[in-house]
Design a protein around this ligand. Structure first.
Ligand code: PRX
Length: 632
């Protein structure tokens, strides 16, 4: 594997010092590990005020040549993907790097045949089938910008994303398997497309063999299209700063925004972080359980492992089907050695009981990873003891859709680890903690707002179609810094511990939602006047969603009204965002200027009724008593 690989603590420390003293020299060395069509002329130009960040300026490359072509000579027959279907009785599928290369090229040609051109946006709405990874890489092959939308999002969410990006094509499937359910997929696309005029072509992968409506002139079966093209497709040379993909993510205000990552920097950082955090060796088998619809599946399935030439498992199913031993069975079945999952999955499998773990040896495991939300100490210890059998390091990887790759994490077996601590910045990453007033806190054993004071290659470049929103969201709170939206602590030795979001973003089972987007979905339910949503601690999900809802009339059938609210959220966003608790209230606590006092609502949801603070400035202080009494 790559030379840009840290193998000892001394090397880690040296790399970190080098990256601070000479960031451009540091990254130039790492970037030279890739195939460039044209070398860059300047490593970095940056200004956080714009923001205007560019890496490897003047360079040209195609990321798929680095993910696929460059492996063919030495690793052509090596397995790239082991696909494990939802149903354990269905056979798994192995795809070598050579086959993956051929399939990506064929898919790329199918896209071209369907008039997709360099720079066009393609929406991908697919379950966890190999075609999902193939589609992502096929877009990158021809320079089309992919926008993957997680299959759990509703037709409305899909339509919003397609319209924002003005996608010209959609790649989807007839339906999907999920545990013991079969669910429609194409039907959701059809509903979404009623609102989308930009989409000219829809390619449909056959997975569940359902009859679906095919719109003549617009829809085509993927397997038929693939027969019409060959498996040879030269990679499109891309400028380093050309956009590679858009991925929509929620913030504290408005609709989800399209985070844009570019080709060169993202390539360099995803491979670099993958090999250094997980420390893969040539024969390791990596399994990231995330869906490709989220950033984790982009960076550590589609790109990081393929760039590094690693073998990975792709799993179609869910952790609890046919029983909560499924993850552990798949690990034994395929000899998984590096396992990367989310705390919410660990907590739910922990709750299912150790009896589901005991039948499996798990002896192939070497490294464990965690991502998406803070991992509580109990889950950390359970993971370490029962899954890692006390011998596997755990990397608690902190990062975001916007950061493109892992920024803070221990490096497996190299830097130390501490429960619930993401711990150490990767070399090349310069985190700081700021006070609320924006002053850098130099000392240790402190808490503050987590910011970055220097760019890294996979920092987001913009938010699609609205650069000012990017500036305002990430670069305007504290001048000269990228603001993460997270609060963090630094311990006596300098390890970071992420506390959680300090803005109106809720992290449910590692999925990000803005309170405002959930509220606007709830407000669509008939009979709802207004609502306020906050997070509350949830044993399995990390955070749950607590909604306070004001209705037009007193609610005489609360179950019916709750059902309608949940349906409104399912329609507006998707079932993944449905509130866990709904409390009907006659009014919301507001200041005289009309601002909702979320602090009070959060405290009530957290059941901290004794510490509500000063409520005398409220427009109607009596409403607080009502809310306290009616807590659900
Ligand atoms: O609050 C942090 C939390 O997830 C947020 C980013 O969410 P998203 O963009 O969806 O990406 C998730 C996967 C990278 C962060 O602002 N978060 C992510 N990883 C961790 C975490 N919180 C604590 N510890 C982590 N390891």
């Amino acid at each position: 594997m790559s030379e840009a690989r840290i193998r000892t603590l001394a090397e880690y420390e040296a790399a970190r010092a080098h990256s601070i003293a000479d960031p451009e020299g540091f990254w130039a060395e790492i970037a030279s590990d890739f195939q460039w069509r044209k070398p860059w002329t300047k490593v970095l130009a940056w200004d956080f005020d714009g923001p205007d960040v560019k890496w490897f300026l003047g360079g040209q490359l195609n990321i798929t040549e680095n993910c696929l072509d460059r492996h063919l000579a030495e690793r052509g027959d090596k397995t790239a993907i082991i696909w494990e279907p939802n149903d354990p009785k269905e056979a798994s599928v192995r795809i070598s790097f050579r086959e993956l290369h051929e399939r990506v090229c064929r898919m790329a040609n199918a896209l071209k045949r369907n008039s997709v051109q360099k720079g066009d946006r393609v929406a991908i709405y697919l379950p966890m089938v190999p075609e999902l990874l193939v589609s992502v890489l096929a877009c990158a092959r021809i320079g089309a910008v992919h926008s993957v939308v997680f299959c759990g999002f509703s037709a409305q969410s899909l339509a919003d994303r397609i319209n924002d990006a003005q996608a010209v094509a959609v790649i989807t499937s007839d339906g999907m398997f999920r545990g013991n359910k079969e669910m429609p997929v194409k039907r959701v696309v059809d509903e979404a497309l009623e609102q989308c005029s930009s989409v000219k072509r829809v390619l449909v992968h056959e997975r569940v063999r359902w009859a679906v409506d095919m719109k003549p002139g617009r829809d085509a079966w993927l397997h038929e299209e693939l027969k019409l093209v060959d498996g040879d497709c030269p990679a499109e040379p891309m400028d380093s700063e050309d956009p590679l993909f858009i991925l929509y993510t929620s913030g504290s205000t408005g609709k989800p925004k399209g985070v844009v990552h570019s080709c060169g920097g993202y390539m360099v950082y995803t491979q670099y972080s993958f090999i250094n955090v997980f420390q893969p060796e040539e024969n390791d088998i990596f399994w990231c359980t995330a869906d490709v619809g989220w950033i984790t599946g982009h960076s550590y399935m589609a790109y990081g492992p393929t760039l590094a030439g690693a073998t990975q498992v792709m799993f179609e199913g869910i952790p609890t089907y046919p029983d909560p031993g499924r993850f552990w069975q798949v690990i034994d079945k395929h000899g998984v050695s590096i396992f990367y999952t989310a705390p919410t999955a660990i907590r739910s499998l922990m709750a299912a009981g150790i009896d589901h773990v005991l039948p499996y040896s798990l002896h192939s495991l070497r490294v464990l990873g965690s991502v998406g939300e803070p991992i509580n100490e109990e889950a950390w210890h359970w993971y370490r003891t029962h899954i890692g059998k006390g011998r596997c390091p755990i990397v608690d990887t902190w990062w975001q859709t916007e950061t493109g790759g892992i920024l803070i994490s221990s490096l497996a077996g190299i830097t130390d680890e501490k429960p619930s601590h993401a711990a150490w910045p990767l070399p090349g990453v310069q985190p700081v903690l700021l006070t609320a007033e924006g002053k850098e806190i130099a000392e240790n054993e402190v808490e503050g707002l987590l910011c970055m004071k220097f760019p890294w290659p996979s920092i987001l470049r913009t938010t699609w179609g609205d650069h000012d929103r990017c500036r305002q969201t990430y670069f305007s709170s504290y001048k000269g810094y990228y603001f993460t939206g997270d609060g963090a602590k630094r311990d006596a030795e300098g390890r970071y511990r992420i506390i959680g979001r300090v803005d109106d973003v809720i992290n449910v089972s590692g999925h990000r939602f803005g309170t405002a987007e959930i509220e606007s979905a709830i407000n669509m339910a008939k009979g709802v006047v207004e609502s306020a949503v906050v997070g509350f601690p949830h044993d399995i999900k990390g955070q749950g969603i607590y909604a306070y809802v004001v209705t037009e009339k007193p609610v005489d059938d609360p179950e019916d009204m709750r059902g309608r609210i949940i349906e409104a959220v399912a329609a507006g966003i998707g079932r993944i965002a449905k509130p866990d608790k709904i409390q009907f209230v006659s009014g919301l606590p507001k200041t005289r200027s009309g601002k909702i006092m979320r602090r009070i609502l959060r405290k009530v949801a957290e059941n901290e009724l004794g510490s509500l603070g000063d409520t005398s400035t409220l427009l109607d202080p009596a409403v607080v008593e009502e809310i306290k009494d009616g807590r659900v």
